[in-house]
Design a protein around this ligand. Structure first.
Ligand SMILES: [Zn+2]
Length: 188
């Protein structure tokens, strides 16, 4: 059965709300988590700019907007795919966010010094903010989830494009690559 629906937080149409995350701008709600989790808890996250360019070895910084869409003040914790390269700074670590309020967390991603197919290696192909060796694209993927009910969360992916990787005409290559996703089911 195909259950086409809409995200309960932003209204974006989703092909199957049983799986995955809302792709609405600055939403990223865990659609399955919204369905099975505490109905009074809701969160949206999104990068202010979803794509950045960086040089090898550089540390890029991005603003992650975290909005409490639940009915009461809530604490959220952040999880990252790739703990070696991704770090998140909260303005007030562990502090609750009021209902309807939005805070900005800072996400830093350390670009590999030697990006490329050989540097990435086969082990880097899985989820984890890892390299897509064929495209030269890197990702910083983060998920915020409610401390009260970890099933309720939202995820966002920052595309990191390596400067200097160009096609024959000298343009930055724009290859579409699969974006890593958090598993549809939340780990217990
Ligand atoms: Zn949404």
């Amino acid at each position: 059965m195909s259950a086409t629906g809409h995200c309960r937080l932003c209204g974006t149409e989703v092909p199957d709300e049983r799986h995955g995350y809302c792709e609405g701008p600055l939403c990223g709600a865990d659609l399955a988590g919204q369905r099975v989790g505490d109905p009074g808890v809701a969160v949206q996250v999104g990068f202010e700019r979803a794509r950045v360019a960086a040089r090898p070895g550089e540390v890029v910084e991005a603003r992650l907007l975290v909005r409490n869409r639940g009915r009461r003040a809530e604490r959220f914790r952040i999880r990252v795919f790739d703990t070696e390269r991704v770090a998140v700074t909260e303005p007030e670590p562990g502090a609750p966010i009021g209902p309807g309020a939005e805070v900005v967390w800072t996400v830093r991603y350390r670009v590999p010094r030697d990006p490329g197919p050989l540097a990435a290696g086969p082990a880097a192909a899985g989820p984890g903010g890892a390299a897509d060796a064929a495209s030269g694209l890197y990702y910083a993927a983060v998920r915020a989830e409610a401390v009260r009910d970890a099933r309720v969360g939202a995820a966002a992916v920052l595309d990191v494009r390596i400067r200097g990787e160009t096609d024959g005409a000298g343009r930055i290559r724009a290859i579409r690559a699969p974006i890593p996703r958090w598993p549809a089911t939340c780990p217990e």
